[in-house]
Design a protein around this ligand. Structure first.
Ligand code: MG
Ligand code: ZN
Length: 190
């Protein structure tokens, strides 16, 4: 079992765009390539966990989501960095469609995390979830992970929400958050 880095996509790994679904809309968070490459070199899986209800809403398809993820991987590859796994929930939020039952994969539910942990043999308690929304923090907290709220995307707004579960840490963006986590991870190695 090993530590892993779980990271939200929109507003965290890449710039927030409402219902982003085209590769050309992707803008990586500054410095994220170097942060991810550092994790790659330490053999820590970097896993994207993303709610994509636009699929369930019929705004775009799972194929569109895959193309966006391929583009993110291409951009990262230019700096010798890679994402180990992309997991996304295509379903509607609870209550949005009374004809279908709520899914177990939409954050803050644990489905995507459990699938990734099985594949990559990840130990949650020594891992981190990085995101910009309350549901990201809640998802990580539910699995006893460390949680980092970033101030990009909806992060600042989330900080002002009274229902925000307290994250373990707050960082200005996902690059800082990954480096911060890796700094403490490396001290556990020595
Ligand atoms: Mg987000
Ligand atoms: Zn789902």
């Amino acid at each position: 079992m090993k530590s892993g880095i779980f990271i939200d996509r929109d507003g965290t790994l890449i710039r927030e765009v409402n219902f982003l679904h085209k590769p050309e809309q992707v803008v990586l968070t500054p410095g994220i390539q170097h942060a991810i490459r550092r994790a790659n070199k330490l053999n820590l899986p970097v896993i994207v966990v993303s709610n994509q209800s636009g699929v369930g809403r019929g705004l775009f398809t799972s194929k569109d989501v895959d193309l966006v993820h391929n583009h993110i991987s291409d951009l990262l590859a230019g700096d010798d960095a890679h994402i180990d796994g992309y997991f996304f929930c295509p379903h509607l939020p609870p209550g949005a469609d009374n004809d279908s039952p709520d899914c177990t994969c939409r954050k803050p539910n644990p489905g995507m995390f459990q699938a990734a942990a099985g594949t990559f043999e990840i130990d949650f308690e020594s891992s981190v979830m990085i995101g910009d929304k309350s549901l990201d923090i809640e998802a990580g907290r539910n699995l006893n992970m460390k949680t980092i709220l970033v101030e990009t995307g909806y992060g600042r707004k989330s900080l002002s929400e009274s229902e925000l579960l307290k994250p373990s840490f707050v960082c200005n963006n996902a690059s800082t958050a990954i480096h911060f986590f890796l700094d403490s991870y490396e001290t556990t190695l020595s």
